[in-house]
Write a protein that binds this ligand. Sequence first.
Ligand SMILES: [Fe+2]
Ligand SMILES: [Fe+2]
Length: 295
Amino acid sequence: MSATTSTNKKTATEKKTYDPEEIKVRRVNFSFSKSNPRFYYKNNPFSTHFINALHIVFPTGERFFVNSVLKHQKKITDEKLKKQVRNFCGQEGIHSSMHERFWNILKENGYVIKGYENHIDNLLHKIIAKIEIEGTRINNIDLTATVCLEHFTALFGHAIFMHVDTNKGTVPEDIAELFQWHAAEEIEHKNVAFDVFQKVDDAEYTKRVLLMPIVTALLYFYLSVGTGMLMYQDRKYLDFKKLPKQFMEFTTGLLNDLHSDLYKDYFNFFKRDFHPSFLNDYNLAEDFFKDKTYA
Ligand SMILES: [Fe+2]
Ligand SMILES: [Fe+2]
């Protein structure tokens, strides 16, 4: 650690020690530039639309996470976890609204996203959230799915700081800021849904290892559908001769960067004694928030 970093840490400690367990709700108010290029991630349509698919699925996905955790709120007696649940809901609520705000840019660029968004919304809220067979262990499927997906958001968050190129010269600053802020808060609150699940369901291990492969398949299926749908809507802006090279750049670039450490950490989830905090990367969030006025 450099001398400057330890001096900064000392100064921060004197003011207020950063505590990732506090899960602070930060009332950010981002706005997005209309003058960003159409293919804002390194001029690559595949990478840009993969990110756009995330912008579309996050709001409904995060409302689903919040609902699945809040259902069990009354069963949580531990004061620390109770507060973490409240702040987890606060953070996810603001994530939803900021990504939804980006939809205005998508709509102004002519994309039609309602059908795709409605489909995901129905799948999560009208199907998965309702799966329950009374008198059996087929229940809490929504909370299990949330725990699985929160593992992904925590690992993607980790990768955004460790591997993904978010440099000012290559990615618009407003979009990089949105994803870094979201990534940092995903790291901060990664334990909450998991801890609630462990408290309320004694079959949590069996459920999460059985559901994780299905959730993984659905997640990549729907992100691929979203990316493909936006690519199709953009067909008049694409140079078809360049597409194979652009696809290679996407897979060896953004997609590869997001998954650099993910393979190893993904499988840790299948261990019985797994806990999200075992990946001790809270310093990534701390470092990001150190000089933020909204932190
Ligand atoms: Fe989030
Ligand atoms: Fe989250």
